[in-house]
Write a protein that binds this ligand. Sequence first.
Ligand code: HEC
Ligand code: HEC
Ligand code: HEC
Ligand code: HEC
Ligand code: HEC
Ligand code: HEC
Length: 499
Amino acid sequence: MKRIFPPAFYNLRTLIGAAIASVSFGLVLFLTVLDLFEGEQKPYIGILTFIILPIFVLFGLILVFYGIWREHRREKQGLPQDLKLPRIDLNDPKQRNAFFWFSFGALLLLIFSAFGSFKAYEYTDSDEFCGTMCHKVMEPEYTAYNSSPHAHVGCAKCHIGPGAGWFVRSKLSGAYQVYSTIFNKYSRPIATPIENLRPAQETCEQCHWPKHFFSEMRVSKSYFLSDETNTRWNLDLLIKVGGGNEETGLSGGIHWNMNIANAITYAPADRQRQIIPWIKVKSKKDGTEHIYRNLENPITEDSLALLEKRTMDCIDCHNRPSHIYHPPVPTVDHVISAGLIDSKLPYAKSIAVKALDQTYSSSNVAQDSIRLAIEGYYKTNYPQVASEKSAAISQMVSTVQKFYARNYFPTMAVTWRHFPNNIGHLFYKGCFRCHDNKHIREDGKILTNECSVCHTILAQSFGKGENSVSLDGVQYQHPVDIGDSWKEINCSDCHNAEE
Ligand code: HEC
Ligand code: HEC
Ligand code: HEC
Ligand code: HEC
Ligand code: HEC
Ligand code: HEC
């Protein structure tokens, strides 16, 4: 047989190395081709294709060179070559048999590894994989995702989207993520927002047509105060979602003003984009531009020049479409109104909220402490209630425990406070990051927080008696008397205050 490579190549180490390298490389090619022909993008297969297999390729190559180097050294020292290749003589029945079985085995191995890598390929694309592969790290996002309106929309649909460019980008950042998970270098909690999230036009807008007109959306809520009787307060709102386009005549509302008719660019002064000193509105119709500045906290031109300028898209409002960590107050309101916590238990609202909103060292500690806190409270302060309503109290305990598990993740330091939700304005600044009466245009127009700009309050009712209803909207009344301060300071200044 004629040898194409120099003699030093023909030694056991080099040959094994070459075999490993070429099989792995073959698999990389196979998976890459598979990926090209698959219509949908399969994001996490990259971990296998571009990280794990290349390590084998590299290992094989190192072995090849090590073998060659060692042969050279032996040659210099005058030693005989390490390995003369065996001569295969197919006329010898023993050798023929051995050759046959060896080839058969090799073929089987090849088929199985192709099949195996195809299976691995499919698995790495599943949401289960994205959500659980780095289990501890992704647990909060995955748990929240599973109970969100997008639970059946794949992670990749929002985080990668179609097309080759973002696919490669996500591979590169995916490689870094694997590294940081293995070497425990990730931040706790994972930082939000994602700095290089793909623009919403290319992800959300595949499914939600931006010009689609939404009529007003009715939101009905029940609130319970932190008093002994858990006084109930009901509210009915119509949110002016809107949208539309001029051709059909239906246009207006939030989507229209904020997304379709104007291009709004802003300069966030913090990483979480909660502090906004500068806003530019450009009318898409006639191109006129206006600048709003926060005159209470002005920013110098020099500092402004250093800030990122972000054009608003869906994600600047809908930043938590899928991973929502609910604050305790609305959560408890919700379960009381659903009857999962008995509103006749004295101070139920206040006790439940307090039990949820503590810093616990681990989920197990939290679960036990929640039970002890609630049972202990009623035993000490309302012994009679504790014995008469023990079933209601244990239901309250298990409900609160369930909500803790869904919304708090001590190992990743995830709580609602770290993840502002920009829709609304009660628990986070949200819309009031700009609509706070403090952002003023060069001609004096104020970006108002006038309640009726975004919604109409149809009805409010308090405790047992008072009721106010009107289709034209009623004047807002804050459930507890805080004077006019709710008109002057942001709701979240009180409602997101640390204890
Ligand atoms: C409906 C679209 C959507 C889906 C589906 C989705 N995400 Fe997200 N995800 C987002 C958005 C939007 C953000 C926040 C981005 C921002 O604020 O910049 C985000 C943020 C994240 C973050 C950063 C930390 C945080 O909470 O802000 C991680 C990690 C994450 N997602 C993982 C996942 C995983 C894993 C899945 C699938 C189990 C998934 N996502 C499914 C839209 C989605
Ligand atoms: C693959 C399709 C798909 C993609 C991509 C997608 N969504 Fe959705 N979205 C849905 C479906 C399905 C629903 C559920 C509709 C329903 O419940 O009526 C939904 C519901 C919603 C809702 C209403 C939620 C509610 O509480 O009822 C909002 C807001 C929303 N999506 C925003 C977004 C944003 C922002 C993005 C991009 C980050 C996005 N969606 C990406 C399919 C998608
Ligand atoms: C200025 C903030 C803002 C922007 C920008 C924005 N939205 Fe919305 N959107 C809202 C509000 C407020 C609602 C009312 C629902 C709520 O309060 O949860 C809403 C509702 C929706 C709904 C649900 C409507 C329903 O009736 O269930 C969808 C879907 C939606 N938006 C998609 C989008 C998409 C897609 C984009 C980007 C093209 C977008 N939104 C941009 C604020 C915004
Ligand atoms: C980055 C700053 C910013 C944020 C955040 C923001 N807005 Fe706006 N909004 C503006 C600007 C600027 C205008 C245009 C004012 C003008 O026309 O001069 C506007 C206009 C509007 C209008 C029309 C106002 C009118 O007087 O007719 C509505 C409705 C609206 N926004 C709703 C919302 C809602 C709802 C949210 C939160 C989900 C929100 N905006 C968050 C900057 C913002
Ligand atoms: C820039 C638009 C905007 C302005 C101005 C505005 N709101 Fe809202 N408001 C919203 C949005 C968006 C929501 C979220 C609805 C939802 O929960 O889906 C909301 C929700 C609410 C809720 C229900 C909160 C909850 O989560 O239970 C109350 C109460 C409320 N607004 C009161 C007011 C009052 C009072 C004013 C006037 C001082 C006001 N709003 C001004 C946009 C606005
Ligand atoms: C000066 C502080 C302060 C400001 C500002 C403020 N609130 Fe409140 N709010 C309170 C207090 C205190 C309570 C009573 C809490 C309790 O009993 O649990 C309350 C209760 C509420 C409740 C019922 C409790 C619940 O279950 O959520 C709602 C809803 C509410 N406020 C909405 C608003 C809105 C909307 C704004 C802004 C327009 C606002 N608040 C501004 C202090 C404030």
